[in-house]
Structures are given as structure tokens and as C-alpha cells.
Design a protein around this ligand. Structure first.
Ligand SMILES: Cc1ncc(COP(=O)(O)O)c(C=O)c1O
Length: 352
């Protein structure tokens, strides 16, 4: 069944009924990158600057946290309990910064890593003053399960001491999807004056940003092809979890046109492991910096940008077509990668 198409005003109205805390500077800009476009073989490449959302060093999580903390504050919560993948978690840093902005405390459960990187986001986390609970990866559980269990243990402990915690098990939450439904409406408003519809919207995401942009595109009846770009080796269950969060977000907003699980396209650009770059992602980082003065980060957006270039090479669009790359941020991690940046970018020679 084809559901009713909504106007951006109606969609914004429905989103506006949800509790929210203002954290981001919106709309984020869109910027034409003609030299990267030429490198990608497309007529026009616009970068949507969600790296400049305005909280800490910015990034995609700021949008999500407006709704998450809106929910937390509306429930009278006074401490945010969240988690992150490791020492370079943008999510964890953004959670702490967001909690600071609304006068809440933050406790972040992080899985200990042994890569010895103490700067970048690891340092920013301490600057923002987040309390960290370190866990070792527990072989009994998947990492996600053991992290969530530790978050709830921490929340119980806080409750016993009279606090009212809000547990955010994962950034993939229906309210996070809502945030990127709004981003789709925002992007539509920015692009509608242009002569052509974008052929493709690329975003470094297998989670809320991808889900929200897809759902928003469907809700508004737009012909955009939205493509997620992976930042880690492909995981089982990712699309199932994503679809569940998107369905709940659609219910919250009364959107009838919901993507099926099989509609989600995630390009495998994640390389050998989380946080480990590959030659193509270092090349993408170098090109963005040197052709456009644009920074992408080694953990997420360099991999995404490389994936976009690979997808465009294998499935070219027309030479006059417009492409959008949603830059999800992550710049705090750059400074933790000095060694790799020296090797693969600063001292890079083409004979390598
Ligand atoms: C900078 C950046 N880009 C992309 C992502 C991926 O987002 P998603 O959870 O939507 O896959 C993250 C997640 O932490 C991130 O920090």
C-alpha cells in the first residue's frame, strides 16, 4: 500500500509535538565541492555539514540527543547513562557534552580498548567531565548485551542513591530516527530550489541517520536513493534492529510509508575492523583535505567517503547528476591518529 505523502510543514508539526532540548545549530549548511565532484565523476557534489552541528566538535549525535534529552528531561531524569564502542566514541563524548548543556550528569559505559590512544575523543571525554565505567568485553555476552547490562546495573546503583537515571542503551533509538527524519525535511527545503533532484544521498551510517533519512524520504514522497555507508565490517542483525527502530519512529510520527528491511542499502565500506583504516579511506581523507579543505575522520567519515567513491565508480550516475554526502562528523578522533595521518596522508608518496 502506498501511504499518504506528507508536506514538510506537516512532518515538522508532528516532530514538534515531541519533547526536545535545543542543542544543535540548525539547519546545518550544504556546501558544493566541485573538485571532489570531478574526482567522483559527478556533476555536483553537495556536502551536508552535519559535522558542524554545534555541540562540542559536532557530528550526527547532536541531532539525536535533542530528542533523547528532551525525553529524559520531560521524565524528570537527572543523569544520563549511555555507552560507547571504545575510547574514541563520538557518541559518548556527545552524550556528556549534551548532558552538560541541560544540567544533567552523565555516566558512560565504555569497552576498554588497548590501543593506547589517550587523546582525541578520549581526552575530550575527560575535558567534558564524563564519569566512565570501563568494561572488558565479556565473552559470555555479545558486546552490546554486556554493555547494556552494565548500563542498567549503573542505573540501579544510581537509583539506590536517590538519582533518576535515563538509560540510552544505543544511539539507534526511535527518537534518533525521528531526528534524521527531520534532517530529510531540512535537506529537502535546502535542495528544492535547485533544478534537479539529487540522484543519491550518501550517509556514513548503518543506524539512525540512515533510517531517518530513508523514512523521511518516504514520508515526503521524494525520489531520492538513500545509501548507507558502513564504518565497520558488516554485522548480522544490523538491518533488523534498524528496521525495528524505524517502524517505531514511523508510528510515533504517523508515517504510513515505512521502508521494508530489504529496502535498506548499506555499502560495505567498513574495512578490516572498527577504527582501522584502509588505503582507500586514507586516500579519501587526503583528497577531501587537499581538494576541498574539508576534514573527514579516520573512523567513520573517511570510510564513508571512500565507500561513496567506490559505489559511484561501480554504479556511475549521469555526468550532470547531483549527489549529496551527509557528513556525520567524528572530527575529535583525528588527533588520536597522528601516526597513521603522518604515514598515509602527510608523508604519502604515490609510489606507496
Ligand atoms: C561521526 C560518525 N559518523 C557515523 C556514525 C555512524 O552512525 P550510525 O550509528 O548511524 O551507524 C557515527 C556513530 O557513532 C559517528 O560518530
Amino acid at each position: 500500500m502506498i501511504g499518504a505523502v506528507l508536506s514538510t510543514d506537516e512532518l515538522r508539526h508532528r516532530i514538534g509535538l515531541l519533547p526536545r532540548q535545543q542543542l544543535a545549530i540548525l539547519p546545518t549548511g550544504i556546501q558544493s565541492c566541485p573538485r571532489l565532484a570531478a574526482r567522483a565523476g559527478v556533476g555536483e557534489l553537495l556536502v551536508k555539514r552535519d559535522d558542524l552541528t554545534g555541540l562540542g566538535l559536532g557530528g550526527n549525535k547532536t541531532r539525536l540527543l535533542e530528542f533523547i534529552l528532551g525525553d529524559a528531561v520531560s521524565k524528570g531524569c537527572d543523569v544520563l547513562v549511555a555507552g560507547g564502542g571504545g575510547e574514541q566514541s563520538n557518541h559518548a563524548v556527545q552524550c556528556v557534552a549534551a548532558a552538560n548543556r541541560v544540567g544533567m550528569d552523565a555516566v558512560v559505559v565504555l569497552q576498554a580498548r588497548s590501543d593506547g590512544r589517550s587523546n582525541g575523543n578520549a581526552l575530550l571525554h575527560e575535558v567534558f567531565g564524563g564519569k566512565t565505567v570501563w568494561i572488558d568485553s565479556d565473552p559470555k555476552f555479545s558486546d552490546r548485551t554486556s554493555a547494556a547490562e552494565r548500563m542498567h546495573e549503573e542505573a540501579d546503583r544510581l537509583r539506590r542513591s536517590g538519582r533518576n537515571p535515563y538509560v540510552l542503551e544505543s544511539s539507534l533509538h526511535p527518537l534518533s530516527v525521528v531526528a534524521y527524519v527531520e534532517a530529510a525535511a531540512e535537506l529537502y527545503d535546502q535542495l528544492k530550489a535547485l533544478p534537479a533532484n539529487p540522484a543519491r544521498i550518501y550517509v556514513t551510517s548503518e543506524g539512525a541517520a540512515l533510517g531517518g533519512l530513508m523514512l523521511g524520504t518516504r514520508a515526503l514522497g521524494l525520489p531520492w536513493e538513500v545509501i548507507g555507508l558502513d564504518w565497520r565490517p558488516t554485522q548480522s542483525l544490523v538491518v533488523e534492529r534498524l528496521h525495528a527502530a524505524v517502524e517505531t519512529a514511523a508510528e510515533m510520527l504517523g508515517i504510513e510509508e515505512v521502508p521494508e528491511e530489504s529496502d535498506f542499502v548499506i555499502h560495505a565500506s567498513g574495512g578490516p575492523a572498527y577504527g582501522v583504516g584502509r588505503a582507500e579511506s586514507w586516500a579519501a581523507l587526503r583528497d577531501a583535505a587537499r581538494l576541498e579543505g574539508l576534514l573527514v575522520d579516520p573512523v567513520y567519515t573517511a570510510k564513508g567517503l571512500a565507500g561513496m567513491l567506490e559505489d559511484l565508480a561501480s554504479r556511475p550516475v549521469g555526468v550532470n547528476d547531483l549527489i549529496v554526502f551527509v557528513h556525520t562528523g567524528g572530527l575529535g578522533a583525528l588527533f588520536a591518529y597522528e601516526g597513521e595521518l603522518r604515514r598515509h596522508v602527510i608523508n604519502f608518496r604515490t609510489s606507496e
